[in-house]
Write a protein that binds this ligand. Structure first.
Ligand code: FAD
Length: 170
């Protein structure tokens, strides 16, 4: 299977990424590609434009202090191997070991998993369990949501078509 033709955009800043999201029609963010690319290959998803987040600076933070903050582009592999995170919140580490395989975790991101919002997926369930806060960003600025406001239905988030998830705080 091959995807339908699409335009590819490779922004380096979050401002450029959301400007593209706002300008273009039928646009999707590309994170680890572990769910989006198979869906495109089966033509369940047919975006006209992909905004690749892999080169965007500042989206892959993992902050552990009084609160935990995970950037949308934080690879699942980094969550798996962070001893600091395992000590701070063991259940995220435990759950992550059930997400796919080593190969998919090498590329897959926390933000991709949360935005894909598969009801069988472990990370959205963890965010609900931990009452996470979710931060979205667009040309209109930043917007904070509770996870129960973010997850509004079957594989459906409250993100507007031109909004990116930037981080989550479980
Ligand atoms: C073989 C296989 C087995 C798997 N098994 C499991 C499993 O057991 N448990 C599990 O939970 N998952 C599983 N997955 C899914 C995996 O966890 C994916 O990594 C995850 O669903 C998507 O993350 P990604 O970074 O690859 O996102 P992508 O595939 O790039 O994107 C997924 C969706 O999120 C959107 N998106 C991504 N980032 C953002 C953002 N910052 N803002 C707005 N929208 C965004 C994309 O546009 C797309 O719609 C599996 C995948 C594979 C291929």
């Amino acid at each position: 299977m091959k995807p339908a033709p699409f335009g590819y955009h490779d922004p380096k800043t979050i401002e450029d990424a959301v400007a593209l999201m706002a300008q273009l029609e039928n646009v999707r963010a590309l994170a680890g590609g572990q769910s989006l690319v198979p869906m495109m290959n089966f033509r369940y998803a047919m975006p006209d434009h992909l905004i690749d987040l892999n080169g965007v600076a500042g989206l892959d933070m993992l902050e552990i202090g009084d609160n935990i903050r995970m950037g949308a582009m934080l690879r699942q592999r980094r969550i798996e191997f962070s001893e600091e995170l395992r000590m701070a919140c063991p259940i995220i580490h435990e759950a992550l070991l059930h997400v796919g395989h080593r190969q998919t975790r090498n590329r897959g991101t926390i933000g991709g998993s949360l935005c894909h919002l598969d009801p069988a997926a472990e990370m959205p369930a963890m965010m609900l369990l931990l009452d996470a806060q979710m931060m979205a960003f667009s040309v209109r600025g930043a917007r904070m949501m509770r996870v129960d406001e973010f997850a509004i239905g079957f594989m459906t988030t409250a993100l507007e078509p031109d909004e990116l998830l930037t981080w989550s705080a479980p």
